[in-house]
Design a binder for this molecule. Structure first.
Ligand code: NBG
Length: 856
């Protein structure tokens, strides 16, 4: 037996052993779910070894550490990704064959961890991957929501939200981490006091105390050298003390579960303001838990607080954890007896803040009265901060109360969380060049005048491990064979793909890979459709010919992202209606068959976007059933968009729609994933599209259209945009509005009402310039279909696009943060420590049953 065979034999034995220990049943007799758990537990061994080695390495090196605070993560499924990251996947495939299980089934047996809404949460997860891969010492903090983002069902074209109980069975990657659990106080009254150096402090009495139990998940870096950092998630659910049994006995269930429920749900809203008390409780839970853990770790290594500045950097992912700005100051003065100037110095050095949107309605503001009641100590601290910063500003800008009005943290009865961040944080970054400029011109323009040195940019990126290595194995192999396998961690290698963009064999192979990914997707969608049969079959009608192989050469056009007005799924829907009209009237015949896929959730309370889902589904139903049009055009809305679905959709795409109103998409990150997987981009000059276009080169980026950010902002400033003018000037647009009001699409009264509401919205407001950009969009889409007919040229363009993607690896983003914001150094995994820990495992992990005793 060679070494590899021996390893495989060992792995099989290990899996069989775990099956017996965990389930008391031979592996082959387990259910799929049990098999998945067994494999996860077996795979965990090697990861635990690396995790222990990482921890010991950090303990030895005592490096500066990053504490990443985010209320959301969207990690995607862990088992297969982790096996890939520790380079065990090739063997694992052999194990799967020998043991006769399907890797896909094992992967699907767990739910997708649904701990986030959209871009910001997914970004946090890409960052966790890159931090561990690049050996940066970092811990992520978040909440373990019991019901993550809701599950979206589409019933008769309507979004229905149901709770996603992704944790109802255990997830074997999540382990209790009692040493990081924390006690968190809410409500209560303040008593004045002083600390040891005479600074005024406040002590809380008569408060409610909640225990935040901590659970950790390994964040597994890629490759032989990868570290394993931790994501620590707090939960209040399982803690008996948090359950008020006396209230329960008195029949008040709500009061009894008030605190066990804090981490029950993720608020299903992105880019919309929330004002819910529970949400504020969640935010403080995260901040308090994370900071307590941070100080615990710090005092393990040091007893001198002045070192905190050197050893700790904290990143706030959006304003959701902004209370940390006040809490850090408060803890330093109240619990660690620093002077206020020293606390100020530390806090303003250690904290940093990333902004993810310029939408006013997304800027968090809390009612002062609620804040004061729930978090009286933090409110006191914010008042002090505010007094101080306003005094300073008044000194330097006398008689400028207008300015004070714009920068005061407490204003009009609200606590402005972004303003708190701007005053306290050391660095403030946007997530793409355009966005970082825009924040200094719009929402933070006064802060930019006060603190220009704080503002910087870090353009987003995505991890190439999940977003091509895992989700697109065929294309990954093509990269291995062209630019060499180093691309997985060396994003700079991608430029070398340019050399291959004119190679006929490589182009052909690229096109074949695309076809094969389309086939894979169609098969997957067909199984989904079977599962959902009866619920809404009309949507899918005729899209798939059961028993027949899907046709070759269909053009796959995807728009998959949260539903939001500014993202303009509405414009895509209207374009499809126009296309329908032209095909029906025979004024246009598409040169190829086009298949449009939408996926995305709408916030439960976002009525207009729920109307839009109805419209898209109605258009889909109408087009797919029309015998004149459906041979040329098919449309579907795929329900319940999440990371796992994205992994299947993206590799099959020919183009992605990035069509936001210029100036409004902070960055966008799906564009990178599409580009990496060889899809071209149809889009506006917005967010990171601008930088991607620069990196790829204009000639290879032909489908840009629409008004620029300057034109849009000019029109907004001048209030000069009149959607009615578009309707009057363009018969096609008039037809669209009339059609929305007609009976063409609607099959029942609620639909009709919804489409009329959309028509009125477009006619009277159209705040995101949908009609303004519509016709140029429509033409660009047609141009795109035409371009697709030249397969050779298309393949060339796709390869040129991939060649430009390197810069948009989250590894590059993390290097930028490390250098420009965190001043963080890599700490390579200490190989000697790793070997020592392996030895301990080898010595102690041999056999659980002593046959001499057992057989007696
Ligand atoms: C989103 C932006 C995206 C951006 C991601 C990640 C929120 C609030 N914002 O454009 O809309 O790519 O953040 O930065 O999720």
């Amino acid at each position: 037996m060679d070494q590899e065979e021996a390893l495989i034999a060992y792995q099989i034995q290990h899996i069989r052993q775990v099956a017996l220990i965990e389930f008391g049943t031979p592996f082959d007799e387990l259910t799929i779910r049990e098999k998945a758990e067994t494999i996860t537990i077996a795979a965990r061994e090697i990861i635990l070894i690396r995790q222990a080695a990482t921890k010991k390495t950090y303990a030895k090196e005592k490096p500066k550490k990053l504490y990443y605070l985010s209320l959301e993560y969207l990690p995607g499924r862990w088992t297969i990704m982790n096996i890939i990251n520790v380079l065990a996947f090739e063997n694992f495939k052999k194990v799967a064959t020998l043991m006769n299980f399907s890797i896909d089934e094992i992967e699907e047996a767990y739910y997708d961890p649904a701990l986030g809404n959209g871009g910001l949460g997914r970004l946090a997860s890409c960052f966790m991957d890159s931090l561990a891969t690049l050996n940066y010492p970092a811990t992520g903090y978040g909440l373990l929501y019991e019901y993550g983002i809701f599950k979206q069902e589409i019933i008769y074209g309507t979004q229905i939200e149901t709770a996603e109980s992704w944790l109802d069975r255990r997830n074997n990657w999540i382990r209790y981490a009692p040493q990081s659990s924390a006690k968190v106080q809410y409500n209560g009254e303040l008593r004045d006091g002083v600390n040891k150096v005479g600074e005024a402090t406040h002590t809380l009495v008569n408060y409610d105390e909640v225990t935040a139990q901590c659970f950790s998940v390994p964040m597994v870096g890629y490759g032989e050298k990868g570290s394993v950092n931790l994501l620590k998630l707090f939960s209040t659910r399982a803690m008996a003390k948090n359950f008020k049994i006396s209230c329960f006995s008195a029949g008040d269930l709500a009061a009894a579960t008030k605190y066990t429920q804090i981490t029950s749900v993720l608020y299903p809203s992105d880019a919309v303001e929330l004002g819910k008390e529970y949400r504020l409780m969640q935010e403080y839970l995260l901040v308090s838990g994370a900071l307590q853990d941070l100080f615990r770790e710090f005092f393990q290594d040091y007893n001198d607080l002045s070192l905190l500045k050197e050893k700790v950097t904290i990143q706030l992912n959006d304003t959701h954890p902004a209370i940390a700005c006040a809490e850090l100051l408060r803890i330093l003065v109240r619990d660690y007896h620093t002077t206020i100037p020293m606390a100020w110095e530390i806090a303003t050095h250690c904290l940093n803040y990333t902004n993810h949107t310029i939408l006013q309605e997304a800027l968090e503001k809390w009612d002062e009265s609620l804040f004061r009641r729930l978090l009286p100590r933090q409110m006191k601290t914010i008042e002090l901060i505010n007094q101080f910063v306003c005094d300073e500003v008044r000194k330097n800008h006398p008689y400028n109360e207008d300015l004070i009005h714009h920068i005061s943290i407490l204003q009009d009865g609200k606590v402005h969380m972004a303003r708190l961040c701007c005053h306290i944080c050391s660095k403030i970054n946007g997530v793409a060049k355009l966005h970082s400029e825009l924040i200094t011109e719009t929402i933070f323009k006064d802060f930019y005048k006060l603190y220009p040195q704080k503002f910087t940019n870090v353009t987003n990126g995505v991890t190439f491990r999940r977003w091509v290595l895992k989700c697109n194995p065929l294309l990954s192999k093509l990269f291995d064979d062209t630019i060499g396998p180093g691309w997985v961690t060396d994003y700079e290698k991608f430029v070398n793909l340019r050399k291959f963009s004119d190679d006929p064999k490589i182009k052909q192979r690229f096109l074949e890979i695309k076809e094969s990914n389309k086939k894979r997707l169609i098969h997957y969608l067909a199984t989904l459709r079977k599962e959902r049969e009866g619920s809404d079959d009309s949507l899918w009608a005729g899209v798939f010919h059961t028993n027949k192989e899907p046709e070759q050469g269909i053009f796959f056009d995807l728009q998959i992202k949260r539903l939001h007005e500014y993202k303009r799924q509405m414009m895509n829907a209207l374009h499809l209606l126009l296309l329908y009209k032209e095909i029906k009237e025979k004024s246009y015949t598409p040169p190829v068959k086009k298949f449009t896929l939408f996926a995305g959730k709408s916030a439960a309370s976002y009525a207009l976007m729920k109307d839009l889902i109805r419209l898209i589904c109605a258009i889909s139903r109408h087009i797919n059933q029309d015998s004149d049009v459906s041979p040329h055009l098919r449309v579907i809305f795929v329900a319940n968009y999440n990371v796992s679905l994205a992994e299947k959709l993206i590799p099959a795409a020919d183009v992605s729609q990035q069509i936001s109103t210029a100036g409004f998409e902070a960055s966008g990150t799906s564009l990178f994933k599409f580009c990496l997987n060889g899809a071209l981009l149809v889009g506006t000059l917005d967010g990171a599209t601008i930088e991607l276009k620069e990196a790829v080169g204009d000639d290879s980026f032909p489908f840009i259209f629409g008004a620029t950010k300057d034109e849009i902002f000019h029109k907004i400033d001048e209030r000069s945009y009149k959607p009615g003018d578009e309707i009057n000037q363009h018969p096609n647009i008039r037809w669209l509005i009339e059609t929305l009001r007609s009976d063409l699409l609607a099959t029942y009264p609620e639909e009709k009402e919804a489409f009329c509401r959309i028509a009125s919205y477009l006619e009277s407001k159209d705040p995101y310039f949908t009609l303004f950009d519509l016709l140029s969009y429509h033409e660009t889409q047609k141009k795109c279909l035409q371009a697709f007919t030249d397969r050779d040229r298309w393949a060339h363009l796709c390869l040129m696009n991939i060649a430009g993607i390197g810069h948009f690896s989250s590894d590059r983003s993390i290097e930028d943060y490390a250098k420009n914001i965190w001043d963080l150094k890599k700490v390579p995994l200490n190989q000697q420590i790793l070997e020592e820990i392996k030895d301990i495992f080898v010595a102690n992990d041999k056999c659980t049953i002593d046959p001499t005793i057992f057989k007696k």
